[in-house]
Ligand binder design. Structure first.
Ligand code: FES
Ligand code: FES
Length: 152
């Protein structure tokens, strides 16, 4: 099959049971996307497929022929590229502790902003509710998403 990952067209061969998450982490070495629950409950594995947020642990890679996948590595791909504004906002707002949920939060936050679900703090909370943070950084994650949405 072939698909585009972070702007690069890839031809790959995968077992039809392989999840997109395992394809990214185990086959392509893109370990920025994290495995939390591996069952669709935590959001740590969030990536964008054709611009829409998905839990990559629940997505079969074999179904993605022709799709465009964006992972956290795709937001600032070059060593000298500036961080994406939402990545910078997470730093500016101290929106993480251990960081395990962070790439999923950022990819989900990006989707939330692109979808226009940032009209109020409550709306952001609702549309980010699939992303769990065990460290409890929710207030600052909300600030980072809201700050970036205002500049969008
Ligand atoms: Fe996919 Fe938790 S690892 S939702
Ligand atoms: Fe630790 Fe979110 S920063 S789980």
């Amino acid at each position: 099959m072939s698909l585009t990952i972070n702007g690069t067209r890839r031809r790959i061969s995968v077992d039809n049971r392989t999840s997109l998450l395992d394809l990214l982490r185990e086959h392509l070495g893109l370990t920025g996307t994290k495995k939390g629950c591996d069952a669709g409950a935590c959001g740590a594995c969030t990536v964008l497929i054709d611009g829409a947020r998905v839990n990559s642990c629940l997505t079969l890679a074999a179904r993605l022929e022709g799709a465009k996948v964006t992972t956290i590595e795709g937001l600032a791909p070059g060593d000298n590229d500036p961080l994406h504004p939402l990545q910078q906002a997470f730093i500016d707002n101290d929106a993480f502790q251990c960081g395990y949920c962070t790439s999923g939060q950022i990819m989900s936050g990006l989707g939330c902003i692109q979808e226009g679900h940032t009209g109020s703090p409550d709306e952001i909370r609702e549309w980010m509710s699939g992303n769990i943070c065990r460290c409890g950084c929710y207030t600052k994650i909300l600030d980072a998403v809201a700050q970036t949405a205002r500049k969008h």
